[in-house]
Design a protein around this ligand. Structure first.
Ligand SMILES: [Zn+2]
Ligand SMILES: [Zn+2]
Ligand SMILES: [Zn+2]
Length: 155
C-alpha cells in the first residue's frame, strides 16, 4: 500500500505541476516564473522559488507522517520529494543544462521531453503557452523524436 501511495503521489504531482505551471505560474505568479522564460543574468532564477514552495507540503508530510507513525502520509511526502528530484534532474539539469552533468542522451523519451519543453520556451509572454507538463507531454513529440533518431542512424 505504501508503494502504491508513493507512486500515486508521484504521478499526481505531474498533474499538479502541469496545472500550477499553466494556471499559477502563467497566471498570478507570472512575476516569479517570468525570468525562466526571459533569461536574466545570474545563476538563480526567481522561478526557483517554486522548489521551496513545493518542498513545504513534502516536508510537512514526512514530518507529521514520521511523528504520528502515519505510513501513508509519509509515503506521500516521499512521493512529492521524488518528483521534485526527478523534476530537478530532467528540467534543470537535462533540459536547461544548468549543471553540466547529463549533456546528451540516446533515450528517445528524454529527448522528446526536452523538445516538448523547448516548445514551451518559444513563448516569451504569459499567454499562449503550450506543453506545460514535464514528464508527460504530447505524444507527437515522442513520434517525431523517434523518426529523427532513425534518420540520423541511417544517414
Ligand atoms: Zn512556463
Ligand atoms: Zn523550462
Ligand atoms: Zn510559457
Amino acid at each position: 500500500m505504501t508503494a502504491l501511495v508513493f507512486i500515486g503521489t508521484f504521478v499526481f504531482m505531474e498533474f499538479v505541476a502541469w496545472a500550477t505551471h499553466k494556471y499559477v505560474m502563467h497566471g498570478f505568479l507570472w512575476s516569479l516564473h517570468k525570468d525562466h522564460h526571459v533569461k536574466e543574468p545570474g545563476f538563480f532564477e526567481k522561478n526557483d522559488a517554486f522548489f521551496l514552495i513545493f518542498a513545504v507540503p513534502s516536508m510537512l508530510s514526512i514530518m507529521f507522517g514520521t511523528f504520528y507513525g502515519w505510513e501513508l502520509l509519509n509515503a506521500a511526502g516521499f512521493g512529492i520529494l521524488a518528483y521534485g528530484i526527478a523534476y530537478f534532474l530532467v528540467h534543470e539539469v537535462f533540459i536547461h543544462q544548468r549543471f553540466k552533468w547529463l549533456r546528451n542522451s540516446n533515450i528517445t523519451y528524454l529527448k522528446a521531453a526536452r523538445r516538448a519543453h523547448k516548445m514551451h520556451h518559444k513563448h516569451l509572454t504569459k499567454h499562449d503557452g503550450e506543453s506545460f507538463g514535464m514528464l508527460l507531454f504530447p505524444f507527437k513529440y515522442f513520434l517525431e523524436e523517434r523518426k529523427r533518431m532513425k534518420q540520423s542512424k541511417t544517414s
